[in-house]
Design a protein around this ligand. Structure first.
Ligand SMILES: C[S@@+](CC[C@H](N)C(=O)[O-])C[C@H]1O[C@@H](n2cnc3c(N)ncnc32)[C@H](O)[C@@H]1O
Length: 313
């Protein structure tokens, strides 16, 4: 069972129904953190399909492990900026609930806040007319923003008591510090204007290998494609797209909970070569991805052209 929706596979527009078997109602949780809140809801209300959207690889990994151990089938995860996803979900007005517990307040970056007009519009865009956006926060800047921005798009209900019977990790922390938490429930009001469309952002690489060159002129010739099975992981590395002193290796990794397709890039500087993840913005750097990079590293070492200078796989 693959819980993780890789952005390399999903089609644009993103149709929730394609990822859930026979589900008609959908809940999206933004920034699920350790995922315990979503597991609780998914077990309690199995009639919903749950999509968790997180930017943190670590959170996606943690939740995927928990979904396996609980044997839950109605949850999917995606590693993406939630607002980008919201601008490509079709049909619009199809999600019953959007939940965001304790968003980062971004004190110095108002445009990144969930309470910015642009982000509220994107949430409005995907909610059913009878749907709700649940937001819990202790942050004064978010509360102020909500007063300013939300009234134009939503009917606002505010409460001192939570709407759900599960306390999240951050909630427990702020409760123990006696912070003033407000629980919002926002129902969409009529809006006839346009909705923003966001562009996908790039990322930075994490796992990489730096080689010292024993022979500065030679390019590696590897015996590809290759398919390997290591423990529970299947790795496929294809022939590269090559141009002068640069090779792009298509890689497919299937492992517990994940199927991911990506590229590893090998490029040369005057006395070094670097093997890096081509693009990490949609990738979760799982054990399998690291194993695949280590496989390619070993194949490269066998050519005799390289020796390791640095290796973070
Ligand atoms: C303060 S934590 C709250 C975690 C959890 N909801 C809780 O209450 O314990 C905020 C979470 O939102 C995630 N996050 C921040 N911006 C995001 C975005 N644009 N899209 C998806 N997740 C995001 C962060 O990675 C982080 O896990």
């Amino acid at each position: 069972m693959c819980y993780f929706i890789s952005p390399f596979y999903f089609k644009v527009p993103f149709r929730l129904r394609e990822y859930f078997y026979k589900k008609q109602k959908f809940t999206i949780e933004i920034g699920f953190g350790n995922g315990d809140f979503m597991i609780h809801l998914a077990e309690k209300e199995p009639e919903y399909g749950y999509l968790g959207v997180e930017v943190s690889s670590r959170s996606v990994l943690k939740l995927t492990k928990k979904l396996y151990s609980h044997g839950i089938t109605n949850v999917r995860t995606i590693k993406l900026n939630a607002y980008m996803l919201f601008s490509i979900i079709e049909p619009a007005f199809s999600v019953s609930r959007v939940i965001y517990n304790f968003p980062d307040p971004w004190p110095d970056a108002p445009s990144r806040r969930v309470s910015s007009k642009k982000h509220l519009l994107l949430i409005h865009r995907i909610l059913r007319k009878d749907g709700s956006f649940y937001l819990a926060t202790d942050s004064d800047v978010l509360k102020e923003d909500m007063e300013k921005n939300a009234g134009e798009l939503f009917y606002i209900e505010k409460s001192k008591s939570p709407y759900f019977d599960f306390r999240t990790k951050y909630e427990r922390r702020w409760l123990s510090e006696r912070k003033n938490i407000i629980y919002y429930r926002l129902r969409p009001a009529t809006y006839n204007g346009d909705y923003p469309v966001l562009n996908f952002e790039g990322g930075i690489s994490v796992a990489h290998v730096i080689f010292r060159l024993k022979d500065e002129k030679k390019d590696p010739q590897l015996n590809l494609p290759v398919r390997l099975r290591l423990e529970d992981t299947v790795i496929f590395i294809d022939r590269p797209y090559s141009r002068e002193r640069e090779h792009l290796y298509p890689v497919l990794v299937k492992e517990k909970g994940f199927v991911q397709k990506t590229f590893f890039k090998l490029y040369f500087t005057h006395d070094e070569a670097r093997l890096v993840l081509f693009d990490t913005s949609y990738l979760v750097t799982t054990k399998g991805i690291r194993m695949a990079m280590a496989c390619l590293r070993d194949m490269l070492l066998k050519t005799g052209i390289f020796e390791i200078k640095r290796d973070t796989t």
